[in-house]
Design a binder for this molecule. Structure first.
Ligand code: SRM
Ligand code: SF4
Length: 571
């Protein structure tokens, strides 16, 4: 007899429970030649394997009129802990994108690769190609710990190496143990039914919702630590990592018109020694596993668990599982969230080149063969490639001997020309994918932001602000995939051609932006922002960032959770 008073769990909970550790009917659906997509229940499960069913939204209406099915295709996300891969892996990703996807690579806001436009009958082959490159896609999406981010800039080599190792260790430790991935995509023999399979950390129903972990190396906050469920801030003494401050409870996603949902900054929970960090990550996950909301997915992220019950309660839950108390957080200072472009020399004598990749989209254009250029570099490069947290790319660990050859290719393919021509605004821009692939997009983002920046550059030129670093980010919906609520100017898609504009985040990522204008149309944005930029040029204080200025002179008030953020619900 069922207990009718028991709280009703979200349907995804039953689905996970019944899925036999993420198998469900994935294999059967992949074998179905008639449907180019997969049923909804299967689509929920494939996310845990790192792939989403999507459709080409550019042709949706036309196909509907012709009574055709949607143009189904798949997105695949490849995990790259800390964003570091080898030149060989870069070449393999490049080749897979041409063979099975739409010929482009997307470097995401979380240091991963994404392929778009993979057809169902190529899905398994693409997955196998990714695994042949010694990379994988498990837990790139789904209700588990996702790709662990880490500051990829190797200029402080020792600290960076420690932080990267921590990112990798946490990633390994929190990777699901199910063999489903290997059976489904890599043709491994099924686990015998007599064998007991276990998920020692997650259990059968995994987490209530996605979970994101990052490792920061001050003074850079390029990982945007306050946007994530769990963060570790390296504390350095004489250039060495002596431990980590721990942050918990950040997240960006919200829903228009639902005041119960909001972006939230992570809070400092304590300090730990380097050798304690992985265990602490596990215990944080366990608390969220046990107390996160499994009824309402819009309220299931760890930020709400902490907002509802308090940081003190959360810390005690973590400490009781650890069996010891966390130390008080130590002093640290972040100065910015952006990437620093161009060449730097690391303390190990290696050279590192950060390149600007507009919105992370690696592709060849008739006048700019960027993808080819990067391929040619990968062929001769003896270091590594590092995907940044801002959708850019570092050609890392270049030897003095190889540097002139890389410089020549950079020159030949125009890779630094774009960098030299770009304004400070463009170099600090990020846009999520949005249309045509993202099923949740309400407005354009990646395809529109570059043009909007061009329009705004006219105003910047008039005001003498071209070189100013101003963080501008856009998303096609309020989910916040490009972290727009941590931008000095943030755009959030409201409907076709319309955006809510946010102003006032701190340039170092420690303060959220607040809603300034709602539903501003494409054609109005430039003129809406013009007076603000003009006033900034005239009235800013020495060294004052745009976000601080917008807050100081009162364009917006500091954000309060669930308060000044929302417009009335729209029916
Ligand atoms: Fe995201 C869902 C793309 C980073 C918050 N995100 C999606 C999906 C999968 C749409 C879907 O569910 O159908 C998007 C696929 C679009 C496409 O066509 O590729 C998508 N998210 C992205 C990427 C590719 C944006 C980009 O252009 O780089 C980023 C991939 C990161 C990665 O490599 O793992 C991406 N997403 C983020 C971030 C930024 C971050 O984590 O630093 C956020 C905000 C932080 C956070 O999680 O709070 C983010 N994505 C979301 C949400 C809202 C979650 C929430 O708590 O409300 C969704 C929707 C959902 O989960 O229901 C979402
Ligand atoms: Fe899609 Fe919205 Fe994320 Fe942009 S922010 S990729 S539109 S879910």
């Amino acid at each position: 007899m069922s207990d009718s008073s028991a709280p009703k769990l979200h349907k995804n909970e039953g689905l996970k429970d019944r899925s036999n550790y993420l198998r469900g009917n994935i294999l059967e659906s992949l074998a179905d030649p008639v449907n180019g997509g997969v049923p909804e229940e299967v689509a929920q499960l494939t996310k845990f394997h790192g792939t989403y069913v999507q459709d080409d939204r550019d042709v949706r209406n036309e196909r509907r009129k012709k009574k055709l099915d949607k143009a189904y295709m798949f997105m695949i996300r490849v995990r790259v802990p800390g964003g570091v891969c080898t030149p060989q892996q870069w070449l393999q990703m490049d080749e897979l994108s041409d063979t099975y996807a739409n010929g482009t690579l997307k470097l995401t806001t979380r240091q991963a690769f994404q392929f778009h436009g993979v057809l169902k009958f190529n899905l398994k082959k693409t997955m196998q190609g990714i695994n042949a490159a010694l990379m994988d896609t498990i837990a790139a999406c789904g209700d588990v710990n996702r790709n662990v981010m880490c500051n990829p800039n190797p200029y402080q080599s020792e600290a960076h190496a420690d932080a990267l190792k921590l990112a990798q260790d946490i990633s390994d430790h929190l990777t699901p143990q199910t063999r489903a991935y290997h059976e489904i995509w890599l043709d491994e023999e099924p686990v015998a039914s007599s064998e007991k399979e276990e998920e020692p950390i997650y259990g059968k129903t995994y987490l209530p919702r996605k979970f994101k972990t990052v490792v920061a190396v001050p003074p850079m906050n390029d990982v945007d630590i306050y946007a994530h469920d769990l963060g570790f801030i390296a504390i350095l003494e004489e250039g060495k990592v002596v431990g980590y401050n721990i942050t918990v409870g950040g997240g960006m996603g919200m829903t228009h018109g639902n005041a119960e949902t909001y972006p939230r900054l992570a809070q400092l929970m304590g300090f730990c020694k380097p050798e304690q960090a992985v265990d602490i990550a596990e215990k944080v996950v366990l608390v969220q596993r046990d107390y996160g909301d499994r009824q309402n997915r819009a309220h299931a992220r760890m930020k709400y668990t902490i907002a509802d019950r308090g940081l003190e309660w959360f810390r005690q839950e973590v400490e009781s599982r650890l069996g010891y108390k966390l130390e008080e957080p130590r002093e640290f200072k972040f100065d910015h969230t952006g990437d620093r472009y161009g060449w730097v020399e690391g303390i190990d004598g290696k050279h590192h080149l950060t390149l600007f990749i507009q919105n992370g989209r690696v592709k060849d254009l008739p006048d700019y063969p960027m993808k080819t250029g990067l391929r040619e570099i990968a062929k001769i490069h003896d270091g590594d490639f590092r995907l940044t947290c801002n959708q850019n790319l570092i050609i890392g660990g270049v030897s003095a001997e190889n540097k002139p050859k890389i410089e020549k290719l950079v020159e030949e393919y125009g890779l630094s020309k774009r960098l030299e021509e770009a304004s400070g605004l463009r170099l600090n821009s990020m846009a999520c994918v949005a249309l045509p692939t993202c099923g949740l997009a309400l407005a354009e983002s990646e395809r529109y932001l570059p043009d909007l920046v061009t329009e705004l550059e006219d105003v910047l030129d008039e005001c003498g602000l071209r070189q100013e670093d101003i963080v501008i980010r856009m998303t096609g919906c309020p989910n916040g995939c490009a972290r727009p609520y941590l931008a000095e100017i943030g755009f959030v898609g409201k409907g076709p051609g319309k955006y809510n504009i946010y102003l006032g985040a701190a340039a170092n990522g420690s303060r959220l932006a607040s809603l300034w204008q709602t539903s501003v149309k494409h054609e109005e944005i430039k003129e809406t922002l013009r007076p603000v930029l003009q006033r900034y040029a005239k009235e800013r204080e020495e060294g004052e960032h745009f976000g601080d200025f917008a807050m100081r002179v009162g364009y917006v008030k500091p954000f309060e959770y669930g308060n000044n953020y929302h417009e009335p619900a729209v029916n």
